[in-house]
Write a protein that binds this ligand. Structure first.
Ligand code: AMP
Ligand code: FE
Ligand code: FE
Ligand code: ZN
Length: 281
């Protein structure tokens, strides 16, 4: 029992394949999971097949980055048609921009005498949604840093020499694209930036459907705060471990958060409503 609706696979910056994620979820007897890779649905078909074999319910998901209220904000999309052409075209554009940015980061690092091989970055990313964690792994492999947090502190974090923003979509466009594809939206790890009630109210009027109350980086107080805010504002609930594979501090966090099965049905109902309502262009 229990669910985990925020998971990254090798399609983006996770270290488990979609099949391995489902196998772990089945071993933990989770009822429902969602694979939410950054900017890609490429893992969903494989995960779906594995989920059917193992009797796990799979919600197709995706995680998109944006800027809002001067913050680096992530939005999760659930139940969208993962073959939707408009959404996939946008995701393709974001992945292409990621590759250009990753090349520029590698060049910048080279400019300060930190040389890593572009082919190694591509191999680590498997050519899908390449991100800073892949560059970070290459830096670790080449002995430039001890671990991920060391890399982000020294090279890839905001204001560090290898930092480059990535191209993102406007938050309204994300809400619109996900809704148009029959999905609903949730605010990922709000504990990272602690939006006020007023900001959440504004996001709700813009098209936010849910909020991620449970997340590996949330304290109990964070979760309690977001559960309360969700109830007051009429936002649905989501939750997930944001597992990227083994974490140094936490080990495998997949399924570790005790998130109630009962959150899934209201999400399913909302997605059905979105799909049956006529969508303006
Ligand atoms: P990107 O989307 O390329 O900007 O990379 C962001 C990703 O890097 C996040 O999704 C995390 O997986 C990872 N990340 C960000 N900050 C850190 C950090 N301080 N330590 C480890 N991983 C991080
Ligand atoms: Fe990530
Ligand atoms: Fe995120
Ligand atoms: Zn995530």
């Amino acid at each position: 029992m229990g669910v985990d609706l925020h998971l990254h696979s090798t399609v983006s910056d996770g270290t488990l394949t979609p099949t391995e994620i489902i196998e772990k979820a089945a071993a933990l007897e989770l009822s429902t999971v969602s694979i939410t890779d950054h900017d890609s649905f490429a893992g969903i078909n494989e995960a779906k097949a594995a989920a059917e074999r193992h009797g796990v319910c799979l919600i197709p998901g995706v995680e998109l980055s944006t800027n809002f209220s001067d913050q680096d904000v992530h939005v999760l999309g659930y139940f969208a048609d993962y073959l939707d052409p408009a959404l996939n075209e946008k995701l393709r554009g974001l992945r292409d921009s990621r590759e250009i940015r990753a090349r520029q980061i590698v060049e910048r690092l080279s400019g300060i005498g930190v040389d890593i091989d572009w082919d190694m970055v591509m191999t680590l990313s498997r050519g899908e949604a390449v991100g800073r964690p892949h560059i970070a792994q290459a830096l670790i492999n080449e002995g430039y840093a001890r671990d991920m947090s060391d890399v982000f502190k020294r090279y890839l974090g905001r204001d560090k020499p290898g930092y480059l923003q990535k191209r993102v979509l406007d938050i309204r466009e994300i809400f619109h694209l996900v809704h148009r594809a029959g999905g609903l939206t949730s605010l990922a790890h709000p504990g990272h930036w602690q939006p006020s009630e007023a900001v959440l109210t504004e996001l709700k009027t813009m098209g936010l459907d849910a909020i991620e109350a449970w997340h590996i980086d949330h304290s109990e107080a964070d979760t309690a705060r977001f559960l309360g805010l969700a109830q007051r504002l009429g936002l649905l609930l989501t939750g997930g471990s944001d597992c990227h594979g083994e974490r140094k501090k936490h080990g495998h966090v997949l399924g570790s958060l005790d998130i109630p099965d009962a959150i899934v049905e209201p999400l399913r109902i909302r997605a059905d409503e979105i799909r049956s309502a006529p969508m303006p262009n």
